[in-house]
Design a protein around this ligand. Structure first.
Ligand SMILES: Nc1nc2c(c(=O)[nH]1)N[C@H]1C(S)=C(S)[C@@H](COP(=O)(O)OP(=O)(O)OC[C@H]3O[C@@H](n4cnc5c(=O)[nH]c(N)nc54)[C@H](O)[C@@H]3O)O[C@H]1N2
Ligand SMILES: Nc1nc2c(c(=O)[nH]1)N[C@H]1C(S)=C(S)[C@@H](COP(=O)(O)OP(=O)(O)OC[C@H]3O[C@@H](n4cnc5c(=O)[nH]c(N)nc54)[C@H](O)[C@@H]3O)O[C@H]1N2
Ligand SMILES: [Mo]
Length: 748
């Protein structure tokens, strides 16, 4: 046995699964990774790791890992695949995709990704090189993951913002410029479990240890809510009303930061008029939270010198998520908590590096004018929703699947699926997605393990790599990091390598200046003044330097606007609580509240039949969405899909702890194991999504048991938001319980 060498890299994508950013030390012996641990010198995680990273050796060298390109040989769904060479695999994809392009046009293939991994760069590179504007988070109803919050921030304040936990400063908590936030509202988030959106969850805990007090906005009891000063247990999906109620308290009591508002807030009087429509008594009735708790929490937040709001995906999953986010932004804006130490800090990519080009000029240069025209003219959803047209560049997921089903206004014939388990976890209306996607002529999936989506649909499967197996880079906020390849497993290639090869075949002219992905990386990294190699030599990461990407008070120093004037990066130069961009997009320029599409209030009859509000997908540390069910160290800690049920509800339905039952509504029924717990209220239940059983038969009709356990069969769609963003009904589905053994409806 050779020596063990220890290398550093940064975790992102396959392996941990997550939104990434943690520095890791890889212990490598004879070309094989034998152990991994957190890198204590890395400012992001400071040595800490999650269970999924710690189990990475089991993931990388798992016997089920796909390590060669596989081509389907039997019928679709038969689960019969045969290994082929990479050359043959690329030739096959090229030929099949060109066939569709010639017959139907390049827009007839959709390029589907999952959540925010290291995929935006490679998948847009391939989609646009091929000529399709239809890059989409396929199945994610309402594109309800961060996009609504990001879109709202961009529109209202011209920039993105996050809770300031010193993450933009190299010395972190020891930096003299940083100040501890007095209060953080943790709103629809469970930071220790998820670390979403380039935010390390334990930063909040680090702040708590230094004195930060927490207000929790969560229908459930969690580790975090138990340590909060205030815990407002609102009814799922009523966050928009809660934000307006708190705005009402602050504005009617004159607790806003008058100096900041006078200088930097546009439309305060209009906001006041809107907030008046939401007196706390009304909000108490909507949300189920006592009026005095709302009032006290609002005062506690507004009276703090430094406060911020850390928010999660349930905000996006509220109907009109972009408006809910708008209301919450108003809270930090009118209290002057933006761009100050310990407040909401403006987040820009370090050194202005991005993994793919955004500007029209750069897009035309790389992909040609024809493609760029289709981004507004043919991209699905751009016509229907001005916000979708003007923000982010993705097709609207609910409309994509409807179009696959109907063929209107033009047919969709193929899908390139990379980093998404559409049928196993991402899509609401899972059965509808199954039916629609079955109609496609060509489906390629790039993944690491067989899953229900591959089994049901794939014509070809291309094996991708985990983060220790790849070269890549990461520019999502700070630090700017490189991901450095240290080992190789089987014949796996990275997403960049796979897409780069095919992109060159489809767009030889636009891509000719790069001979390898590394040459492309160096071009993207250029704004930092460093090459990949330079960064490697400098330790692998760079913290922001003084300028637009580094806090604080950039709005006072004229660092946020193109014209160099003080103020924010909006049309008026102010934070637009009355939002002129929303006005342009035919949306209400002020925050408002909409009741969830299914709820005791909006559908009382349905509620009578299905009296439980089902929250799905409160994150488990052990699994990333539908992943990791086959990793022994992780699965043994959480072997079965359980549903959290309050003791009173369990008694009403006569079910016992550990009993297998069905959760049921008009869309179907799904198996769960009862966990009796006071984590939830009697009126609500909670269960994790993404369940399938890798140990079961994968071929049709079983598809790894997905139809027994996949909760998204019960989640309805499409979204009904006005902006096209937000409103996936993942947290507000109405269901009932049914006993399995007796077959009959339980009482209740
Ligand atoms: N009921 C319910 N459903 C939900 C949610 C919920 O709260 N409730 N949450 C929704 C949200 S917010 C999101 S973002 C979606 C996420 O949905 P997805 O992103 O589709 O989630 P995963 O199950 O992680 O599927 C990712 C697939 O990509 C593969 N993969 C992972 N990393 C890589 C990589 O680096 N390269 C390649 N090629 N493949 C990789 C994995 O093996 C897996 O098969 O799910 C949504 N679904
Ligand atoms: N380990 C792990 N980490 C992950 C993921 C994973 O699957 N596993 N997924 C990643 C992805 S893509 C995302 S989007 C994030 C999501 O992670 P988060 O943004 O934290 O979202 P959730 O875990 O869905 O829910 C967080 C809390 O919100 C509460 N909640 C539910 N409904 C509502 C509501 O209507 N209003 C309010 N205010 N609260 C509500 C839940 O009870 C829960 O405690 O996590 C990311 N990180
Ligand atoms: Mo997400």
């Amino acid at each position: 046995m050779g020596n063990i060498d220890i290398y550093s890299t940064v975790a992102w994508s396959a392996g941990a699964g997550c939104h990434g950013g943690c520095g890791q030390m890889l212990h490598v012996q004879d070309g094989k990774m034998v152990k991994i641990e957190g890198d204590e010198s890395h400012p992001f995680n400071q040595g800490r790791s999650c269970p999924r990273v710690l189990a990475l050796t089991q993931y990388m060298y798992h016997e089920d890992r796909i390590t060669q390109p596989m081509k389907r040989v039997g019928e679709r769904g038969s689960g019969k695949f045969e290994p082929i060479s990479w050359d043959d695999a690329f030739d096959y994809c090229e030929a099949e995709m060109n066939k569709i392009k010639n017959q139907n046009g390049p827009e007839s293939i959709v390029f589907a990704q999952g959540t925010g991994r290291d995929i935006g760069g490679p998948i847009s590179f391939l989609a646009y090189s091929y000529g399709s504007p239809n890059w989409v988070q396929l199945g994610l109803s309402g594109q309800s993951c961060y996009t609504p919050r990001l879109g709202a921030m961009k529109a209202v304040q011209g920039d993105f913002g996050v809770s300031d936990c010193s993450q933009f400063l190299e010395k972190r908590y020891d930096d003299p410029e940083w100040e501890v936030p007095e209060v953080i509202i943790v709103w629809g988030q469970h930071p220790p479990n998820g670390c979403p959106d380039a935010f390390f969850g334990h930063w909040i805990v680090d702040c708590m240890k230094r004195g930060t007090k927490i207000i929790s906005m969560d229908p459930r009891n969690t580790w975090m809510t138990g340590r909060s000063e205030y815990h407002l247990k609102l009814r799922p999906g009523t966050d928009g009303a809660m934000a307006l109620g708190m705005l009402n308290v602050i504005l009617s009591e004159g607790l806003e930061d008058k100096e900041f508002c006078g200088k930097f807030v546009h439309g305060l009087s209009e906001l006041k008029e809107r907030a008046v429509e939401y007196p706390v008594e009304r909000v108490a009735e909507i949300t189920g939270v006592p009026a005095e708790d709302i009032t006290e929490a609002a005062r506690f937040f507004a009276n703090a010198k430094r406060a911020s709001i850390h928010w999660g995906v349930p905000i996006d999953m509220c109907p009109d998520g972009t408006s809910v986010a708008h209301g919450i932004i108003c809270l930090w804006a009118i209290t002057g908590n933006i761009d100050i130490p310990g407040g909401q800090v403006i987040a820009r990519p370090s050194h202005e590096v991005s993994s793919y080009p955004y500007s029209t000029e750069a897009l035309v240069d790389l992909y040609g004018e024809e493609l760029v025209k289709t981004l507004t003219e043919k991209r699905i959803g751009a016509d229907a929703y001005k916000m979708v047209k003007n923000f982010r560049g993705w097709a609207q997921p609910d409309m994509v699947i409807d179009q696959i089903m109907t063929g209107e206004p033009y047919p969709i014939k193929g899908a390139w699926i990379q980093t998404a388990n559409v049928l196993g976890g991402q899509a609401a209306r899972a059965n509808f997605h199954y039916e629609a996607l079955k109609k496609l002529e060509f489906v390629a999936v790039v993944d690491l393990f067989y899953n229900p989506t591959i089994m049901a649909l794939a014509d070809i499967v291309l094996p991708s790599s985990t983060f220790p197996e790849k070269d890549s880079f990461r520019s999502w906020w700070a630090p700017l990091s490189i991901i450095k390849k240290r080992v190789q497993v089987g014949d796996c290639k990275t997403d960049w390598e796979i897409n780069f090869e095919l992109a060159k075949r489809f767009n030889p002219e636009g891509t000719q200046r790069w001979g390898s992905p590394m040459e492309y990386f160096n071009e993207r990294l250029a704004p930092s003044g460093k090459t990949f190699k330079d960064m490697e030599e400098a330790g692998g990461w760079l913290m922001p330097e003084d300028g637009p990407a580094k806090p604080y008070r950039r709005h006072e120093r004229g660092l946020l606007r193109q014209d160099g004037e003080p103020g924010f990066n909006t049309r008026t130069g102010k934070i637009e609580v009355y939002c002129t961009a929303y006005e342009d997009w035919d949306l209400d320029p002020l925050p408002f509240y909409t009741e969830p599409p299914q709820s005791p209030v909006s559908t009382p009859e349905l509620h009578e039949k299905y009296p439980l509000i089902m929250i799905t997908g409160a994150r488990s540390q052990l699994f990333f969405h539908s992943e990791h069910r086959g990793i022994p160290w992780l699965r043994e800690k959480e072997p079965d899909p359980y549903v959290e049920i309050h003791p009173e509800t369990a008694a009403d339905y006569d079910v016992y702890d550990g009993e297998w039952i069905y959760l049921k509504n008009d869309l179907g029924k799904v198996k769960r194991k009862v966990m009796i717990t006071k984590r939830v209220k009697p009126t609500e239940i909670q269960t994790l999504h993404g369940w399938w059983m890798p140990e079961q038969e994968g071929a049709e009709p079983n598809l790894f048991g997905v139809w027994d356990y996949q909760i998204n069969q019960l989640v309805p769609g499409p979204q009904e938001s006005q902006s096209g963003f937000g409103g996936g009904q993942y947290k507000t589905t109405l269901v009932t319980l049914e006993k399995i053994n007796e077959g009959a409806q339980a009482n209740g």
